[in-house]
Design a protein around this ligand. Sequence first.
Ligand code: URA
Length: 323
Amino acid sequence: MNDETLESAQELAAVLQDVRRHLLWQEETGGRALLVDAQVAAELRQQQRAASSMRAMLPRAKPAESAPARAMAPAEPPRATPSAPPPAEPPRAAPPASSSPRAPARPPPSAGMLVDVPQQPARAAASLPGVVEGERPTLDQIRRELGDCKRCKLCSGRKNIVFGSGNPRAELVFVGEGPGENEDLQGVPFVGAAGELLTKMIEAMGFRRDDVYICNVVKCRPPGNRNPEPEEIAACEPFLRSQLLALQPKVIVALGKFAAQTLLRDSTPITRMRGTWRMYEGVQLMPTFHPAYLLRNAAEKRKAWEDLQQVMKLFGKLPGSRA
Ligand code: URA
């Protein structure tokens, strides 16, 4: 791959980012809705596919340089900023009165196995749950649409649906696999041991947990913390896609193979995908290891930290860079 091709790929990625931000700005200022113009959407998708395949050919295209804040990009809308420092853990839903029997430890997410990603065509935005054609959904609308979900068999064993938590205006979104025992009890993602590590990772990146948004591929706990099955992923994935459409973050961090392979519809092992920028519907996505995997494979933390540093760089959060 020569320098010229690398530069073209980077320029294309930057232009795509600009177009997305511009359309979003138009939508927010009452102009043409982002989702209304199907032709624009189709063109964008085609450009993204071209960019993705060019990127896939590159050894390591780094978007930090390729997607700087541009003059044409509108100012970001104000983000919610809690006035007091957040508590060590975010507020949680009260656990139900009945306590559940102790579940077996969650099997570590494997770094090498493939997810059987359902091969469905990309959905038109309007067919996503909670999405009205031409309108950007809100997280509340999507949660209402999810309701007391019985779309797959995970509903039978759950205590709580774990929809997601955090800043609805977050620029940075973390997507995990599915709730474990603690998350199921509290209705909040990543509150167990893996959650503690994730919180540390977020803080080490220079964010507070309240600044970001955290959700999972499946919203109900797989029994015994087994891996989610393809039908379960297929039933829940549209809600994840709707959430990401509502959030429209600057960056998505996909934690582990289930998040990365599902969002990208790419069965490449996480060991190979991690650390390389990808595009998800016009949003930059960084695949990295799942915190539960890191708890059991501490030697891999260094690689995960390298991945997160790439994200920090994009936010201007590396030491010595502009904040
Ligand atoms: N692991 C996940 O993938 N998600 C959670 O919410 C908790 C653990």
